[in-house]
Design a protein around this ligand. Structure first.
Ligand code: FAD
Length: 316
């Protein structure tokens, strides 16, 4: 059986979980097996998950938010009690911290950050990027069970039908939490960088934090999330959660717009898996142009206001 862990909040399923369901459906049809969803909490997701091709939801009701160590325990139990061959999670912050632990606890193979799938000679082949996005590795597993995580924005999250999934309540023992969450701070109103389809990012070429208004305006016009290079976050021009790159967040949006960023290797390490890269830089020798699909060579202080005006005209 293939089981997908569904992350949700206030009745809303995370996009990356829906993308994980897409991979699960492809695997289930290749292997001729069933694909179910595992939900922890009290939200009713039968209609939404049914629309994404789920026949059955295994639901662990819980009024409390489970800590990561509790999640490792319940996910390991559900795998063992249902003879799960593949346990799949969308690659979120939670998945990053629990997937490896679940694989150890259940003695499963671990394939992290899957970006593609094909079925060849009777076995599933999972593609992931390696060496900071410079190469691909195609991996298959030979173990009895495997834990897989799916990179955001690599599989489509389109609904596939309009059925209602059956809900089966499961009973698992939830241990006392070893980790206590003291405070949760939510970034309001924007899609998290790891899930964003469009990212507008800016660097030291902006000269001063007071110039960021035009970047935020461009992001609002495009429905994008903002990001930045590391030096900009280091000096406090932008918050640290926006820093992308080798030492920051690795992202994979459909479109990454880099403004006034040179394209150092450490920056590229976090963004070069973007589907399309657009670079705006006044230096024709800026290394970022080599990684770009589209490049605009010129002064960002002239280009961005004109771009914003053009987008406003287009929208009106
Ligand atoms: C171990 C290590 C880890 C690192 N990790 C990261 C990381 O995770 N992420 C990261 O980003 N960096 C990282 N760095 C830093 C990295 O090496 C670069 O120093 C950094 O990415 C440069 O940031 P930048 O492009 O904003 O600034 P700069 O290199 O100063 O580039 C500014 C760019 O703006 C352009 N520009 C200037 N004015 C204008 C204008 N008016 N119009 C248009 N363009 C203009 C310039 O031509 C230039 O290309 C790391 C470094 C090390 C050593």
């Amino acid at each position: 059986m293939i089981l997908v862990y569904i992350e949700h909040k206030a009745g809303q399923v995370k996009k990356v979980s829906l993308e994980a369901l897409n991979l699960a459906r492809q695997m289930a049809s290749s292997e001729g097996t069933s694909c179910k969803a595992f939900v922890v909490g009290n939200d009713s997701l039968s209609v939404e998950l049914g629309n994404y091709g789920v026949d059955e939801i295994l639901k662990l009701p819980s009024a409390d938010h489970l800590s990561q160590d509790q999640m490792v325990e319940v996910c390991s139990q559900i795998m063992a009690s249902n003879n799960v061959k593949y346990f799949i999670l969308g690659l979120s912050t939670l998945a990053r911290s629990i997937a490896g632990q679940i694989s150890i606890k259940t003695q499963s193979a671990m394939i992290s950050g899957i970006t593609g799938f094909r079925y060849d000679a009777g076995k599933g082949i999972y593609r992931k990027s390696v060496f900071s996005g410079k190469a691909f590795a195609d991996i298959s597993s030979t173990t009895k069970s495997s834990v897989l995580t799916v990179t955001a924005n690599c599989f489509s999250a389109e609904p596939v039908g309009s059925q209602k999934a059956n809900e089966t309540i499961v009973e698992l023992s939830i241990p006392a939490a070893k980790i206590k969450i003291i405070e949760t701070k939510l970034v309001q109103g924007k899609t998290p960088l790891t899930e964003a389809a469009v990212v507008v990012s800016a660097g030291r070429g902006m000269k001063d934090p007071s110039n960021w208004g035009m970047i935020e305006e461009l992001a609002d016009l495009l429905g994008a999330t903002t990001a930045c290079s590391r030096p900009v976050a280091d000096v406090g021009w932008r918050p640290h959660h926006e820093h992308v790159g080798q030492t920051g967040i690795a992202i994979r949006p459909n479109v990454y717009i880099a403004i006034g960023i040179s394209g150092a290797i450490q920056h590229l390490a976090g963004v070069n898996n973007s589907r399309k890269i657009i670079v705006i830089n006044k230096d024709p020798e800026a290394p970022f142009f080599k990684a770009a699909d589209y490049g605009v060579c010129g002064d960002l202080f002239e280009i961005i206001p004109k771009l914003n005006e053009a987008l406003k005209r287009l929208k009106s």
